[in-house]
Design a binder for this molecule. Structure first.
Ligand code: SAH
Length: 364
């Protein structure tokens, strides 16, 4: 797809024309990844974080947040629930928490792999290469790390160096693209993505993001609207102004659907979730609209409710008070109502299998 086409679609507001984009994305989704909706049980295992991301409520400097870290047994209970509910994957997500040490995570991954048939996806932030390698050896299948925006200047502003490194000289700029490359070389299924409508993000930036998805040949791509958390620096609109009039990307529902649809067209074989952030903007139908405009994955939350309310990356998260069982029932009803079916098995990314075949590597 030409860049000018991407930009034109991002700026399109006519509902009639947009119907064409939705139809094309849905057809591309059906032809390339089929009608199954793969379900990933999400476990938010710790909200401790050493980072100072300007957008995220888990940031180290947010003193108002009560912190928690789940025990291995608690995580295992969630994993068993994932099996009971018929999910093929468990996603372990957290703030960047050094107490989730390399060794501890290795033990946890080994236990999940030994006791369940689940695929294990990690989303633990920017970790050392040796930890990523060790976790892969322990059996972790996939890793999610969004690059958040491809505009380097904007990224550096919203994602400063770690909080716990005292000397400025030792602070390394975060380089998520380098980590994505490492993950790929280690044989992970690699996922990334961006936030839509970050203050200062322009239409050109967003078109760059979508083009970069294509170049990175990602196996999974998660996109969602930026949602303002009042206890973060980005909430100060004087310090974090929008891009000049007419250039700022709105952080709204329509824009999110456009990015999902365009991502499907640029990366036909990738797995794309209808994200919780989208469901937060439209609790009634956000997930469904995502699923009929290019998405093929949903991530029901398995985090125990007492912890779930503390994993507040942004306020008013969808399904915050539901139990895991309620989420399962609700989602599977919604998927069937769309004429689709919950995925069987692990739901690996077809893009992953294709690129392994192209590299001459057998499926691990
Ligand atoms: N610590 C991990 C997991 C973070 S939560 C990491 O940094 O990778 C996963 C995603 O939530 C982030 O990558 C970011 O894109 C999204 N997120 C965080 N704060 C958000 C906000 N205020 N609005 C919308 N999405 C947000």
């Amino acid at each position: 797809m030409q860049r000018s086409e991407i930009i034109n679609w991002l700026r399109e507001t006519d509902p009639g024309w947009l119907e064409d984009l939705w139809r094309l994305a849905d057809q591309t989704r059906r032809e390339n990844v089929g009608d199954e909706v793969h379900l990933r049980g999400l476990v938010e295992l710790s909200n401790h974080c050493v980072r100072l991301c300007g957008y995220c409520g888990l940031r180290a400097a947010n003193a108002g947040l009560q912190r928690y870290r789940m025990s291995d047994d608690e995580v295992l209970r969630c994993a068993r629930q994932a099996v009971e509910f018929g999910y093929g994957t468990v996603v372990l997500q957290s703030g960047e928490d050094p107490q989730l040490t390399g060794q501890r995570m290795t033990g946890l991954i080994r236990r999940i792999k030994a006791e369940t048939p689940l695929a294990v996806t990690l989303s633990l932030g920017e970790r050392d290469d040796n930890e990523l390698a060790e976790w892969r050896r322990a059996g972790a299948d996939r890793y999610l790390l969004r690059f958040e925006t491809s505009n380097r200047e904007l990224y550096d502003r919203i994602h400063p160096p770690k909080a716990d490194v005292p000397s400025a000289a030792k602070r390394r700029k975060s380089d998520r693209l380098a980590i994505l490359e490492t993950l790929r070389n280690l044989g992970y299924e690699v996922g990334s993505g961006v936030m839509i409508g970050i203050p200062g993000q322009t239409f050109d930036d967003l078109a760059d993001d979508i083009e970069l998805f294509g170049r990175l040949e990602l196996d999974m791509i998660g996109v969602g609207p930026y949602l303002c958390h009042p206890d973060t620096p980005l909430a100060d609109r004087r310090a974090w102004p929008d891009a000049p009039a007419g250039r700022q990307v709105p952080a709204d529902e329509a824009m999110t659907y456009k990015v999902i649809a365009l991502t499907r067209l640029v990366c036909p074989l990738t797995n794309i979730p209808a994200t919780t952030a989208l469901a937060t903007l439209n609790t009634d139908y956000g997930r469904e609209w995502g699923l009929v405009r290019g998405a093929n994955v949903a991530m029901p939350n398995l985090t125990p409710p007492k912890y779930r309310i503390l994993y507040e990356i942004y306020p008013d998260k969808a399904c915050i008070a539901e139990t895991g069982r309620k989420c399962q029932q609700c989602l599977s009803d919604r998927i069937k109502a769309l004429g689709r079916r919950p995925g069987a098995g692990r739901g690996d990314s077809p893009n992953y299998h294709q690129r392994l075949a192209a590299d001459g590597t057998s499926v691990p």
